[in-house]
Design a protein around this ligand. Structure first.
Ligand SMILES: Nc1ncnc2c1ncn2[C@@H]1O[C@H](COP(=O)(O)OP(=O)(O)OP(=O)(O)O)[C@@H](O)[C@H]1O
Length: 405
């Protein structure tokens, strides 16, 4: 029993101590757990924040993805910014529309700027300036590397171009003194490859003028809906580069006789031509800018562009005659190693239907024949073979175009 009493009495203190130790241990553990809990809660909060961030990113990407999947935007040009809204003209169909814009966007817009519009013709964003389009459609050369000595057989034409384009640029006072207006525009017409572009380049070179070339066909076919604006730009660029020679190649593409059909394409061509005429008519203060146009299709031209004050000086640039061809052969072989047996008179006679461009091609091809034969000197036969090849190639191209016509 005493054992029992002892058991009861003796360890009492000890028990209490161990209880307290246990409590202490539990308290310590609780403290650790609480600290761990705190830490976990922080981590959870961080994870939540991270989750939010990813959620937002996901939303943004989903939105962008949706936008990308939407139908493409259309390009339009601002016509006018009015109190009622902004008038835009869509490219391609030329339809005008009045659309509203936010005040912030309105600040960014100006007439003639290009914008992207959605299906309901709301302006979504304004597009970067059109210098790129200008660059693609206009060839601007500060000083073209063609001089009068490079042109063969066009003495009369050269003389006329010098009088009508060069003199007014070099000596404008003379026309004032005499009391006459220099011709407004000069139109060069004739078959392809006869030196029309060369003449325009040479006169720009002689007068230290900037040569600005624009091709009529590109204007109406490549940049549909922008023709009129590009014509305006053309004259603006010329004003920025005075003295300047504007050269409009293939003018028939914008100034062809009006056809009966009333397609939107025709309307676009008409608008481009009207803009050209407006620029020329309102060009009294032309300053040091001259305009030269060229065409292979004189018969197709709308007579409106030939009225006084417009292209009122017509210069025919025909295929070269025998003497002309001989001169052109001499010009294009200047830097070539030509054998003594080569007779340009005979070649000019043989290549009786060749244009200046054909003769240039004959010379290059003759050089190729010599190279193929491992020679550095070009012989008479090389020129003859070259002319044969060029004629054969020409026939083949004709056949191909007939097949696809
Ligand atoms: N009269 C010429 N004298 C010397 N070279 C010529 C002559 N005519 C044409 N050429 C050669 O042919 C090339 C093409 O000529 P150019 O571009 O001036 O012809 P174009 O009449 O303007 O032709 P297109 O109507 O096809 O534009 C010239 O770069 C030149 O090498």
């Amino acid at each position: 029993m005493s054992d029992t009493v002892d058991d009861v009495d003796l360890p009492y203190d000890e028990d209490e101590t161990s209880q307290q130790e246990k409590i202490q241990a539990l308290e310590d553990q609780l403290e650790i757990l609480e600290a761990q809990n705190e830490e976990m809660r922080d981590k959870l909060l961080d994870a939540n924040a991270e989750n939010n961030k990813y959620q937002q990113k996901l939303e943004r990407l989903t939105h962008e993805n949706k936008k990308l999947k939407q139908s493409p935007l259309f390009v339009a040009t601002i016509q006018e910014i009015t109190d009622e809204g902004v008038i835009i003209k869509q490219h391609g169909n030329n339809q005008e529309a009045l659309t509203e814009v936010t005040a912030e966007m309105r600040e960014d817009l100006e007439p003639d700027a290009r914008v992207a519009v959605n299906n309901s013709l709301s302006i979504v964003k304004s597009l970067s300036s059109e210098t790129d389009v200008r660059a693609r459609v206009m060839e601007v050369t500060e000083s073209p590397d063609v001089s009068y000595e490079d042109i063969g057989g066009l003495e009369d034409q050269m003389q006329e171009v010098r009088e009508t384009v060069e003199m007014p640029l070099e000596n404008p006072g003379m026309f004032d003194d005499v009391g006459i207006e220099p011709p407004s525009g000069v139109l060069l017409y004739g078959p392809p490859g006869t030196g029309k572009t060369m003449l325009a380049k040479a006169v720009a070179n002689q007068t230290d003028a900037t040569f600005i070339k624009m091709a009529g066909s590109e204007l109406v076919h490549k940049f549909i809906g922008e023709g009129a604006k590009l014509v305006r730009d053309l004259f603006k660029v010329a004003r920025e580069h005075e003295p300047a020679v504007i050269f409009i190649d293939e003018i028939d593409a914008i100034a062809a006789t009006r056809t009966e059909s009333k397609t939107s394409g025709d309307a676009e061509v008409q608008r481009t031509m009207m803009q050209l005429l407006a620029e020329m008519d309102g060009f009294e203060e032309r300053g040091e800018i001259r305009i030269i146009a060229a065409t292979n299709r004189f018969d197709m031209l709308d007579r409106a562009i030939l009225r006084p004050g417009r292209f009122d000086r017509l210069i025919e640039v025909p295929k070269p005659g025998k003497e002309g061809r001989e001169l052109i052969f001499e010009i294009h072989t200047r830097g070539m190693n030509v054998s003594d047996d080569v007779e340009f008179t005979a070649l000019a006679e043989e290549a009786d239907v060749a244009s200046g461009a054909d003769i240039k091609a004959i010379c290059t091809e003759a050089g190729m024949f010599a190279i193929r034969d491992d020679r550095t000197e070009i012989r008479m036969d090389d020129f003859r073979d070259a002319w044969e090849k060029i004629q054969a190639d020409g026939d083949e191209t004709d056949d191909v175009s007939k097949t696809f016509a």
